[in-house]
Design a protein around this ligand. Sequence first.
Ligand code: ATP
Ligand code: FE
Ligand code: MG
Length: 334
Amino acid sequence: ELILAIETSCDETAASVIKNGVEIVSNVVSSQIESHKRFGGVVPEVASRHHVEQMTLVLEEALSQAGLEPSDLTAVAVTEGPGLVGALLIGVNAAKAFAFAHGLPLVPVHHIAGHIYANRLLTEMKFPLLTLIVSGGHTELVYMKEHGSYEVIGETRDDAAGEAYDKVARTLNMPYPGGPHIDRLAQEGEPVIDLPRSWLEPGSYDFSFSGLKSAVINTVHNATQRGETIKPEDLAASFQASVVEVLVEKTFRAAGEYNVKQVLLAGGVAANKGLRAGLEQRFSGSRFDLIIPPLSLCTDNAAMIGAAASIEYQKGKRATMALNGVPGLDLEAQ
Ligand code: ATP
Ligand code: FE
Ligand code: MG
């Protein structure tokens, strides 16, 4: 089974060929970060334009790196949603055209299922399992009792973790995307500034980061007014300590309550050194098998879409030529 997968939900144009759902044959990602930097965030119109320019090149590159012809393929998979509608549509239309031209089945994939299934490219998934998804648009704890079944047991009520990182970074005058900059700075500082932890109601697996973000902004503002200086590295370390503590504790608690075998990490914020170290420390010596993917599989890519697509393909899921991009696609309905 050889699946050609396409991903264009946000600011990465990506195509990949995946063999039997587990093996990366080729994996091409064209990032637009440089074009969005001067706007301090992803501009949807700019993203769509880039996808149009890059899509064919990236697709051809994925096939040529794999040394394959379209006739060698089993199916074409594409991210249906969630994401920016104009961005999703470029990938969906490319996939439809390719599938139609070569008489291949078309498999729609949920972007977050893709982030989870990035882990399948590393190791066998053992059920029941729990995934902590932390990305630019999502912060969720997802329970899976088997392949292709998703139960969201907790999610953010306001900002996503990555969004909070990017907003705090902007307050500290760092370039977009700010997450990696805060992470680097945090390694040089000490978490000496008292910032809130948003645990929410006892037993809740939901998250909230907007209060923490406001607390950081207020801390900077108050210090400026008093003419005091705060070390940016200490502020970064304190912010990161608050984010990591809540993410790690809720994940560990959920793993116990749901009695899972495996705990997976997914999404772009999984690149965070503090989070990786925090999870490793909390889970070491526990009965849970913690899997942390390499950075290249944490950020948006099409290999993860191909890995998730293989499961959907085997289940018989197919899209027609009427497939559309769905910005708010529901994970639990998959
Ligand atoms: P979604 O998957 O929810 O649609 P997205 O695809 O835009 O969102 P990703 O590409 O998975 O999100 O991740 C991007 C986010 O990860 C950005 O917010 C970025 O700041 C954040 N990020 C990347 N590296 C780090 C890091 N080392 N520490 C913290 N955040 C990081
Ligand atoms: Fe993503
Ligand atoms: Mg992205």
